[in-house]
Design a binder for this molecule. Structure first.
Ligand SMILES: Cc1cc2nc3c(=O)[nH]c(=O)nc-3n(C[C@H](O)[C@H](O)[C@H](O)COP(=O)(O)OP(=O)(O)OC[C@H]3O[C@@H](n4cnc5c(N)ncnc54)[C@H](O)[C@@H]3O)c2cc1C
Ligand SMILES: NC(=O)c1ccc[n+]([C@@H]2O[C@H](COP(=O)([O-])OP(=O)(O)OC[C@H]3O[C@@H](n4cnc5c(N)ncnc54)[C@H](O)[C@@H]3O)[C@@H](O)[C@H]2O)c1
Length: 481
């Protein structure tokens, strides 16, 4: 199909309009364009989105020195040399460089090279297949509009919180200085990663958690091991606490956090890491019959449910299926293929599980690495999730340290691995690793879970000696007896 592009000044027509140039939007646009559809992408801030400038990339730049030093501290021959404070100014300067000083020229060049049109400004739906940018420029879509506007930090309704101007994930990943005292609220991924980074750079950190542990979406041992290590690093961890009120008397002055226990904590900065909200409150959802401010409810091809004509897609964070860059990009590949197939009039899409037009992995095999110290990495279902879903399971646990690979990797290596086996099919439903370096181990588990590789065949996937991957052999030996 030939790409068609009409550029009437008043009303510009494309095959596909993509709203939001984060990692998801970029990939939807790229897939649609590669399939021969003329495509425009609308961006109100920076091309590259949250991930490139205020999320994945800067946070990992802050964390890399932390885990590197931690590993080296357990390796004879170098450990004494690295037993020094981290050079915070150098880390922050590197972070600034890796986010291109919050300039998107490089990503814009990529859009150009990929043949994609970029319109800068705030896009809003204005009825079916129409998008108005900054209230002026009208774009129309012959085939599809893909909303990829992502998410923002959610502030809980705590009295005084908004007025106290707390840090959100944006401030925590872009701050130019290390706060003396930092209170972090929330024991999820952002809370854990940012407590790890800022503590290692010298801040006094208090981590306030409502529940009884960290990383509640993972196997409980992941949160336990990470909590133990944060405590050893000097983080004050308080579980089972609720923030009742926040006060900051003067801008830039200290902030007081009042807990429901009656305790008060005074700090220089307060980071709120209590989850995300969709960026859909001002994108014209009401003009197509959807409630503004809602997560977009989509089918497995990422097409928004309940929209007449089926032209609207919601891809990435905005659909709340799995708030991760790699899953957003995966959904983008699926949605891009589905948009192209529907534009070609393909009568039946490959929408069965694991088909080309179904983002099945969102439900069965989402991998995630928490870049804490030690790392926590998981894919698929936890034991509790598998039981809740009605599977007949067996859980196999192993000490990551019980391998030659771990003893070579670091002295006193600490970690644990778990696989959750579906007893009826003898395939893996989920795998979790905690320990140094396990982030790079996770993809082996993702292949096993997504591929539904039978245990009897996994037995023939031989891990190299001496690597951390040997834990696979220990897990399989324990299962087979
Ligand atoms: C601190 C932090 C660390 C993270 N670390 C990781 C990690 O290590 N690995 C990982 O996989 N995930 C990580 N995530 C999650 C990851 O950042 C998101 O899943 C990812 O950014 C989602 O991509 P997206 O394209 O859907 O949305 P976004 O990246 O949010 O991009 C949306 C884009 O849409 C634009 N936009 C919004 N509204 C409009 C509009 N009306 N008109 C035009 N443009 C608009 C925005 O400006 C933005 O550029 C992290 C998140 C946080 C907060
Ligand atoms: N390495 C990574 O993959 C990575 C890193 C950072 C963020 N992310 C993604 O970004 C998303 C957002 O992360 P997040 O940590 O903000 O959210 P989250 O959902 O992971 O954790 C939020 C935590 O805050 C708690 N909470 C909610 N309301 C609260 C309140 N009023 N008071 C105290 N605690 C409260 C929740 O119980 C939960 O434990 C996640 O879904 C994650 O997938 C990924």
């Amino acid at each position: 199909m030939a790409a068609t592009r009409a550029t009437d000044a008043a009303d510009e027509a494309y095959d596909v309009i993509v709203l939001g140039a984060g990692p998801t939007g970029e990939n939807v646009a790229d897939r649609a364009h590669a399939a021969g559809l003329s495509t425009v992408i609308v961006e109100s801030e920076l091309v590259g989105g949250e991930c490139s400038y205020w999320a994945c990339v800067p946070s990992k730049a802050l964390l890399r020195p932390v885990t590197t030093r931690s590993e080296a501290r357990r390796v004879p021959g170098i450990k004494d040399a690295v037993d020094v404070p981290l050079d915070a100014p150098a880390i922050l300067a590197h972070r600034d460089a890796i986010v291109s000083h919050w300039k998107d020229d490089g990503q814009v060049r990529w859009l150009d090279s990929a043949g994609l049109d970029l319109v800068r400004g705030q896009g809003r739906l204005a009825g079916p297949r129409r998008v108005v940018v900054d209230g002026e420029r009208v774009l129309t879509a012959r085939h599809a509009v893909a909303v990829c506007t992502g998410s923002r930090a959610l502030l809980p309704p705590v009295p005084g919180l908004a007025e106290a101007r707390p840090w959100t994930s944006r401030d925590a990943t872009s701050s130019q200085s290390v706060p003396g005292r930092l209170v972090v609220v929330g024991g999820g991924v952002v809370g854990v990663e940012m407590a790890t980074a800022w503590r290692a750079m010298g801040a006094s950190v208090t981590l306030l958690v409502r529940g009884d542990g960290l990383l509640p979406r993972m196997e409980p041992f992941a949160g336990h091991l990470v909590a133990e290590s944060l405590a050893e690093a000097g983080v004050f961890l308080r579980t089972g606490v609720e923030v009742r009120e926040v006060r900051r008397e003067a801008p830039g002055g200290p902030v007081t956090v009042l807990l429901d226990s009656g305790d008060e904590i005074v700090a220089d900065e307060l980071l709120i890491a209590t989850g995300r909200a969709p960026r859909t409150e001002d994108i014209g959802l009401d003009t197509v019959g959807l409630p503004p401010g809602s997560w977009l409810d989509v089918d497995d091809s990422c097409r928004v449910k309940g929209v007449t004509g089926g032209w609207l897609y919601g891809v990435g964070d905005v659909n709340h299926r799995a708030l991760l860059t790699h899953q957003g990009k995966y959904q983008a590949r699926v949605a891009g293929a589905a948009i192209a197939a529907r534009a070609r009039g393909v009568p039946i899409l490959e929408s069965d599980p694991w088909g080309a037009h179904a983002a099945t992995a969102d439900r069965r095999a989402v991998p995630q690495v928490v870049f804490s110290d030690p790392e926590a990495a998981a894919v698929g279902l936890s034991a509790a999730e598998a039981e809740k879903a009605g599977y007949r399971i067996r859980v196999v646990d192993q000490d990551m340290a019980a391998t030659a690979g771990a003893s070579v990797y670091a002295e006193d290596y600490r970690g644990r691995a778990r696989m959750v086996v579906d007893l009826d099919r003898e395939v893996l439903l989920g795998v979790t690793f905690v320990g140094m370096g396990v982030g790079e181990l996770l993809h082996s588990a993702t292949i096993a879970v997504a591929g539904e590789v039978p245990i009897e065949r996994l037995w023939h996937a031989v891990p190299s000696f001496p690597t951390l991957s040997e834990v696979w052999l220990r897990l399989l030996e324990a299962y087979r007896g």
